[in-house]
Design a protein around this ligand. Structure first.
Ligand SMILES: C[S@@+](CC[C@H](N)C(=O)[O-])C[C@H]1O[C@@H](n2cnc3c(N)ncnc32)[C@H](O)[C@@H]1O
Length: 271
């Protein structure tokens, strides 16, 4: 059976989770929400800290959300998130998207947010997602597209950040420009072209609070997350370069003229 071959380059450092725990069903899965029914059963793969999964659970009060991730520690954290919200219609498991432990035709909705960019075989992942979706059910994936990130003002350190990030991500076996490839991967996984709706949406960070948050978390991620460790260990960058990248994100965050747009590809495909 297929297994994960890629390294999850972000890891689960606090500076990474500061970003992931900000995510909601509304700001990260709006394209899927019209598909949800009160009794939908949802599999949320690569759930991370579980904020989106717990939002889904509130939206399907007569249904159920199964939240899974292949990192056991983060599954525990997702479980705590649900507990703290008093959400009852959820269960949790460790699972690899390449080889899910669920029967064929089990879920109404099979969802993965910002996961396919990190996996070794996204086409196999989509085949598995389709297998466990009920006939007529929905497979929903959304991933950012790093090369299409757009910011102002230009800064040498931020250009270096993007180049280094893409190099480290690909060395780990992932695809940082996944957003533009989701539709192609869905077709290769066997979805009918007519069953696929491919869209895109963005996050924009510009207000003082947004810039301080995003600039601050990447200033820390550049120095302390798994990305930083892999950049140095793999010979892709030096500690001095990471220091300069961190400083660039900090400066961007402090600049009232700063603006950042993060684009995402989305695919909603019927099984
Ligand atoms: C960028 S995080 C996204 C977390 C969450 N979906 C969100 O958007 O906040 C990607 C998650 O996918 C998980 N992951 C990576 N490879 C996986 C695999 N093969 N199967 C399941 N989960 C995986 C990672 O452990 C990580 O928690």
């Amino acid at each position: 059976m297929a297994k994960e071959t890629a390294t999850y380059i972000h890891g689960h450092h606090e500076s990474v989770l500061r970003s992931h725990a900000w995510r909601t069903a509304e700001n990260s899965a709006a394209y899927l929400l019209p598909e949800l029914q009160a009794d939908s059963t949802i599999l949320d793969i690569g759930c991370g800290p579980g904020t989106i999964s717990a939002d889904f659970a509130a939206l399907v009060p007569k249904g159920h959300v199964t939240a899974v991730d292949y990192a056991p520690g983060i599954v525990e954290q997702a479980e705590k998130e649900a507990e703290s919200r008093g959400v009852a219609n959820m269960s949790f498991a460790v699972a690899d998207v390449h080889d899910l432990q669920y029967e064929d035709n089990t879920f109404d909705v099979v969802h993965a947010h910002q996961v396919l960019q990190h996996v070794g075989d996204p086409v196999q992942a989509l085949r598995e997602m389709r297998r466990v979706a009920k006939p007529g059910g929905v497979v929903a994936v959304r991933d950012s597209d790093y090369r299409a990130f757009t910011w102002f003002p230009e800064a040498e350190g931020l250009t270096k950040w993007l180049d280094l990030y893409e190099e480290v991500a690909r060395a780990g076996g992932g695809e940082p420009d996944a957003g533009r490839m989701l539709k192609a991967w869905a077709l290769r996984a066997g979805f009918d072209e007519k069953s696929i709706r491919a869209t895109s949406t963005t996050w924009t960070f510009s207000s003082d609070a947004e810039r301080e948050w995003w600039g601050g978390l990447w200033a820390d991620r550049a120095l302390h997350s798994d990305f930083a460790k892999q950049a140095v260990a793999g010979g892709h960058g030096t500690q001095d370069e990471l220091q300069a990248i961190s400083q660039s994100w900090k400066s961007w965050g402090e600049n009232p003229e700063g603006w950042l747009m993060i684009p995402h590809g989305e695919v909603l495909a019927r099984a």
